[in-house]
Ligand binder design. Sequence first.
Ligand SMILES: [Zn+2]
Length: 236
Amino acid sequence: MHPQERIEPVLDSATASFGITALNELQELYNGKSITEDGSFALEVLQYINEKVDDFKKKDGRLYAIYGTPAENLCGVQVKQFRKKYGIVENVSDREYVSNSFHCHVSEKILPTEKQNKEYRFWELCNGGKIQYVKYPIGYNLDALSTLIDRAMEMGYYEGINLDLSYCDDCGHKFQDDEIEDVCPSCGSKHLTKINRMNGYLAYSQLTVTLPNGQLHTYSRLSDHKMAEVKDRYSM
Ligand SMILES: [Zn+2]
């Protein structure tokens, strides 16, 4: 093919993926329950979308797929769009973000195994791309961690493991999950590095350094709405 040729003829064999997100908030809107508490309506909707996609595939032979999108920016934009039309709805638009993909709300107080089980219903319905992740306390029992990873592999998951990797740059103190202050409890330093999982990758949520002029400066790689989500995380 010549570089200047139109790509139209090759598009027939290409795939097109459509991202789904906020299934948790969809279920909340339907009957005031989260996908941890219920989830049957969210599942029904996702099955319906998959059936439609299969119909389209049969019609034109193109490979369409649904993926559980990380919606890094959209998770904040969607809330603003929703509020403009419908205002604040409890557990739907009362936070700065919506849940991404088919994931349980980050604040749900559930065990890693429960989270794996709850999200499993949606797994095979998002074959265009997906990740399942759970959060473990720092210093988690390594044997238990290994058992949970094996469990995820048996379930066929692409598994993300989230540990709060936050530490003091001066004395090396590792922050425990319940320590959210901005001063090291061990040495009093404000030079802290906080790292959080952001969907599929790790990102600095906070990096505090002293500039040459002596002022403290804090960097973050996360948007405001993602930082709001990070603060709410329990089972992630
Ligand atoms: Zn320290």
